[in-house]
Ligand binder design. Structure first.
Ligand SMILES: Cc1ncc(COP(=O)(O)O)c(C=O)c1O
Length: 395
C-alpha cells in the first residue's frame, strides 16, 4: 500500500489517478486538467516534451546509470561543464545528488567542513523564518515551518531571522564568529507560504557574509530556472554555494546539484585525505538525469524561457489586478508564481475539487492558493486558472 506525502492516511481523500500527461495537461479517466502547480513546481517544459523524452531514450540505449565512485561518463561531464558556463560568477564545482533535500544537506555539510578544514569551530547556521529547505534532518532543522516539521523540536544549531535588514545586522553583530553559513530561499520562500522579499536584503547579506567569511548559500531548488522572473537570483547577488533541483531536469527525473565556488572548493582541495568531502549518493550524476538536464537547459536557452516567464508575470498581474475579496489577505505575484493568501484556511476547503471539476489541478495548502505554472502554458490556459480562482470567491 502507498503511504502518501503530507497526509493523515486515515482521513485522506482519494488522490486523482493520472493516466496520461501532455504539455500542461494531466489526464484522469474523466477529466483533462491544466496542471497549475507544475508537479510541485518542477515541470517547466510541460509533460511529454518530445525532445526531453528522446534524450532519455537515447541515453537509455547506452546505459541508464553507473556510479560516480571511480567511474565517470559523458552526460555528467557535459552537464557539469554546461553548468560551469551557464551559472554566474565562479560557481564552478558541481556535486550531484538525487533530490533537493539531499543537495541542501550537502551544502550545509560543505559549509561546516569549510570551517573545520581551516581549523575553525563554527557550529551555527543562520536561516530565515518561514524557511523550507526539504524534509531530511538537517534541512528540517534549518527550516522554520511548524506545519511541516512540528515533530522535530531540537533546533540548537540554527538561528532564524525575518527578512529585515536590521535583524540581519543584529544577528551578525552577535553571532558572526559562530556562523558557518547563511542559507536562504532567495526572493521567494515557497513552502513557507510563497513569501516574497526584496533584493536589498540579499545584497546586505552578501556584504556581511563576505566581511565575516560566512558562506552564503542560495537554495534555488524552487526559484532556479526562472521562477522569480530572474534566471537565477544568483545572477543578481552571487552566493558561495548554489543549490538546484526540480527544474534542473525539467522535472523528468529526480536530480539536484550543489554548486560551490572556488573559495569553498579550495578549502577541501588538499594533501590531507581528511579534508575531502565524504558524501556520495548512489544515484549522483545519474546518466538519464544528466542527459535530460542538458537537453532541458538547451531548450531553456534556445526558446528564450525568460521571455515566457515575463509574459506569464504580465498576464498574471493583468488578470489579478483588481481582484479583492474580504477573505483575502493579499495577492502576491513574482515571475511565474502567483499566491492568494486568505485570512482563514477554511476559506480554501473544497477548492481543489472545485478546480478539478473546472479542468484545473490545484493544490492549495494552509492559507495559500497559488499557481506555479509550466512555462509553456498558453494565455487562455493561464487565464482559465485565474478565472477558476476568482469563481471560487464569487460563490
Ligand atoms: C526551496 C526548497 N529546497 C529544497 C526542497 C526539497 O527538494 P526535494 O523535494 O527534491 O527533496 C524543496 C522542495 O520543495 C524546496 O522548495
Amino acid at each position: 500500500m502507498i503511504w502518501y506525502p503530507y497526509e493523515q492516511m486515515k482521513t485522506m481523500k482519494e488522490p486523482y489517478k493520472i493516466i496520461d500527461a501532455d504539455g500542461v495537461y494531466l489526464y484522469t479517466q474523466d477529466q483533462k486538467l491544466i496542471d497549475s502547480v507544475s508537479s510541485w513546481w518542477c515541470m517547466i517544459h510541460g509533460y511529454k516534451h518530445p525532445e526531453l523524452t528522446e534524450a532519455i531514450k537515447e541515453q537509455a540505449d547506452h546505459f541508464c546509470h553507473v556510479m560516480l565512485g571511480g567511474l565517470t561518463h559523458d552526460p555528467v561531464q557535459k552537464l557539469s561543464k554546461k553548468l560551469e558556463e551557464f551559472l554566474p560568477g565562479d560557481l564552478d564545482y558541481c556535486f550531484f545528488s538525487d533530490s533537493g533535500s539531499v543537495a541542501v544537506e550537502v551544502s550545509l555539510k560543505m559549509a561546516l567542513q569549510y570551517n573545520t578544514n581551516q581549523g575553525r569551530k563554527r557550529p551555527l547556521v543562520l536561516a530565515l523564518e518561514h524557511a523550507y529547505h526539504g524534509d531530511t534532518f538537517k534541512a528540517m532543522e534549518v527550516g522554520d515551518d511548524e506545519d511541516y516539521h512540528f515533530a522535530f523540536e531540537e533546533k540548537a544549531g540554527v538561528v532564524h531571522i525575518p527578512t529585515e535588514i536590521a535583524a540581519l545586522e543584529d544577528v551578525f553583530e552577535k553571532y558572526h564568529d559562530k556562523l558557518n553559513c547563511f542559507i536562504v530561499e532567495p526572493l521567494l520562500q515557497g513552502a513557507g507560504g510563497m513569501r516574497m522579499y526584496d533584493i536589498d536584503f540579499l545584497k546586505r547579506a552578501r556584504e556581511l557574509c563576505t566581511k565575516y567569511d560566512v558562506l552564503l548559500i542560495f537554495d534555488e531548488v524552487a526559484t532556479g530556472f526562472g521562477r522569480t522572473g530572474n534566471r537565477f537570483v544568483a545572477d543578481l547577488v552571487l552566493p558561495d554555494i548554489l543549490v538546484l533541483g526540480k527544474a534542473l531536469t525539467g522535472g523528468y527525473i529526480g536530480h539536484a546539484v550543489t554548486v560551490a565556488n572556488h573559495k569553498v572548493y579550495d578549502a577541501f582541495y588538499s594533501d590531507n585525505d581528511r579534508h575531502a568531502l565524504m558524501h556520495g549518493p548512489t544515484f549522483m550524476g545519474n546518466a538519464l538525469a544528466c542527459a535530460v538536464a542538458l537537453k532541458g537547459i538547451e531548450i531553456f536557452e534556445r526558446e528564450d524561457y525568460m521571455s515566457k516567464v515575463k509574459r506569464i508575470e504580465e498576464i498574471s498581474r493583468r488578470e489579478m489586478a483588481d481582484f479583492t475579496d474580504p477573505r483575502i489577505r493579499e495577492v502576491r505575484i513574482m515571475g511565474g508564481c502567483t499566491c492568494v493568501e486568505v485570512y482563514d484556511p477554511k476559506t480554501l476547503e473544497g477548492f481543489k475539487q472545485f478546480a478539478y471539476e473546472r479542468g484545473v489541478f490545484s493544490r492549495p495548502f494552509l492559507s495559500y492558493m497559488y499557481s506555479m505554472v509550466p512555462y509553456v502554458i498558453k494565455e487562455e490556459e493561464l487565464v482559465k486558472i485565474f478565472d477558476t480562482m476568482k469563481e471560487w470567491f464569487a460563490m
